[in-house]
Structures are given as structure tokens and as C-alpha cells.
Design a binder for this molecule. Structure first.
Ligand code: GLU
Ligand code: ZN
Length: 293
């Protein structure tokens, strides 16, 4: 069986110890299993991505002793693929345009007394734009320059396989540091907890969820290794794979590297940047030790 892992950083800041842990883990697991390790630059958000951060990713990973296959996949090269996937969902009437501002969403979601509910993708969208009348997707072109949301209730009736007493069920195999084994969830539960997520943004074609899921499939990734912070997003990825007829890889969500105060590292934590440790004379072996490898 083939074994393909990947590291998929966004070039929006320096890689820190958490990234080092994720990259080394994915790299080592591929090596141990006689597999392949791929790199993907997640630069779909053109405003936040910078060429100098991309270069620093290569420098840091090389310094850590990792090697990966070339050419490296870059999301900015994949807009036609994202458009095709969106078009297929659009033609099945699974998407609708949303013109709500963040303020609109908060106002609508807070009325009457329920308060704003959060899911793995942030505020659960109250559905305001879903009921606006329009032509069926199959009769119009895919709109661009406007946010497109997934009709989750409809998706829940299509995705997964029927199970007595549970509606339709989606599943994936998890081997990471949190909940492990066969993770199963009903599509109705996913719809409830996730809501109508954005699959294409106003400012760029696609979204994190759509692109990550399409790219993993396009790169033939069989084992996704990434942080536990993305565990809850995985149900969204599995649902999208199912809707688009793509394979579901195995997932390994690893523990998060935290600072002295137990806080998860963020891109702006320059103090924990790999570059900083390098400049202070640390060796790649020191970095491995620091993250417990
Ligand atoms: N690009 C994402 C990040 O930098 C990771 C996406 C993933 O591993 O699925 O956090
Ligand atoms: Zn809206």
C-alpha cells in the first residue's frame, strides 16, 4: 500500500516549533513506512501570503534536514481545479451566494435570544441568504466575486451512507493524539454543528476547506498528519470528499506544541520561530528535542 504524507504551511509568517514538529512528524512517518513526503504551499489567500515567507519555509525545512519531492504544489496555481469543483457543486444546487457582512451574520445569529453559536468554522451561519429566490444553479454560471456557501441540510441528505437509527453516516480513521479509531458522525449532526460554510470567498476563489481537501486528493495523500486544532474541521473535509467522490485519507492529528504558559503557538510568536533558534545557534537535533522527538 502506498503511504503519502504532506506538510502544508501557509506563507503568512515564520514557521515556529509547532510547524517544525508537524513537518518532522509527517516526514518521519513517510520514511518509516517507505512512503513519500510532499510539501504544499497554502498561498490561496494572496493578500496574506508573501514570497519571503515562502522562501523562509524552504530554508527552514531544509535546515531541519527534511527533503521533499519537487515541484512543490502551490495553491495559487490551482484556481482552475477549485473552480471546477465549485462548478460541479453549483450545478447540483449545493451552493448559494451570500452577501452578508460579519456584522449581518452576528446580528442575525443573535436574534432572538439564542446567541451566537460557534462551530469548527467559526460562527454558525444563520442561513439568511439561503432562502433568497434565484434560478437553479444548473441554469446559471458559477458566480465569482461573491461568497458561496454550502447548503448543508441538502448535503446532509446526500453524503455518507444510511445507517438504521442514525440517518446518514460519514467516517474516517484517526490515529493521532486525541480520539482515535474509526470516527463516525451522522451528516445531520455535522450539518447542525457546522452550518452553511463558505466554500468560495468574495476576495478569492475557494476556501481553506475546499482547497485543502482537493489538494490532498490531487497529491494522492494517504495519511494526513497535522495538528489537533484541525481535528474538528476534518468532518467538513470528509463530507466534501464524499460529495465530490474523492477518497478519504487516514488522519493523524498530533498534540500541539505550547509555550511556557500552555498557550498554543501562533504565527506571530516570533520568539518560537525556527529562524530565531537557528540564529541563536541551536541545531536541528536541538529542535527535535525541544518538541519531544
Ligand atoms: N495551511 C494550514 C496551516 O498552516 C494547514 C492545513 C492542513 O494541514 O490541513 O495551518
Ligand atoms: Zn448571507
Amino acid at each position: 500500500m502506498s503511504y503519502v504524507t504532506r506538510f502544508a504551511p501557509s506563507p503568512t509568517g515564520p514557521l515556529h516549533l509547532g510547524h517544525a514538529y508537524s513537518a518532522i512528524l509527517a516526514h518521519d512517518r513517510a520514511l518509516e513506512n517507505g512512503g513519500r513526503f510532499l510539501l504544499r504551499i497554502e498561498d490561496i489567500d494572496r493578500d496574506r501570503s508573501k514570497p519571503e515567507w515562502e522562501q523562509q519555509i524552504y530554508d527552514d525545512l531544509e535546515w531541519l534536514g527534511l527533503s521533499w519531492e519537487t515541484p512543490v504544489m502551490r495553491q495559487s496555481d490551482r484556481l482552475p481545479e477549485y473552480r471546477n469543483a465549485l462548478k460541479s457543486l453549483w450545478e447540483r444546487d449545493l451552493l448559494y451566494p451570500c452577501t452578508c457582512t460579519r456584522r449581518d451574520i452576528i446580528d442575525a445569529a443573535s436574534a432572538p435570544q439564542e446567541g451566537v453559536q460557534y462551530g469548527p468554522d467559526g460562527i454558525i451561519y444563520p442561513g439568511t441568504c439561503s432562502v433568497k429566490t434565484m434560478m437553479p444553479g444548473s441554469m446559471t454560471d458559477l458566480p465569482e466575486g461573491v461568497a458561496l456557501r454550502l447548503r448543508m441540510a441538502m448535503a446532509a441528505g446526500i453524503a455518507g451512507t444510511p445507517r438504521v437509527g442514525m440517518g446518514r453516516v460519514l467516517s474516517f480513521t484517526e490515529t493521532g493524539d486525541g480520539e482515535t479509531g474509526l470516527i463516525e458522525k451522522s451528516t445531520d449532526q455535522i450539518a447542525l454543528e457546522v452550518g452553511d460554510i463558505v466554500l468560495s470567498r468574495k476576495d478569492f476563489l475557494g476556501s481553506y476547506h475546499l482547497s485543502v481537501m482537493l489538494d490532498d486528493a490531487a497529491q494522492g495523500v494517504t495519511h494526513v498528519v497535522r495538528g489537533l486544532d484541525l481535528f474538528d474541521a476534518t468532518q467538513i473535509h470528509v463530507l466534501l470528499q464524499n460529495l465530490l467522490g474523492l477518497p478519504t485519507p487516514e488522519y493523524h492529528h498530533h498534540r500541539l506544541i505550547r509555550d511556557e504558559n500552555g498557550k498554543r503557538l501562533a504565527k506571530r510568536d516570533d520568539a518560537k520561530a525556527i529562524r530565531k533558534f537557528r540564529e541563536e545557534g541551536a541545531s536541528p537535533a536541538d529542535i527535535r528535542a525541544m518538541v519531544g522527538l
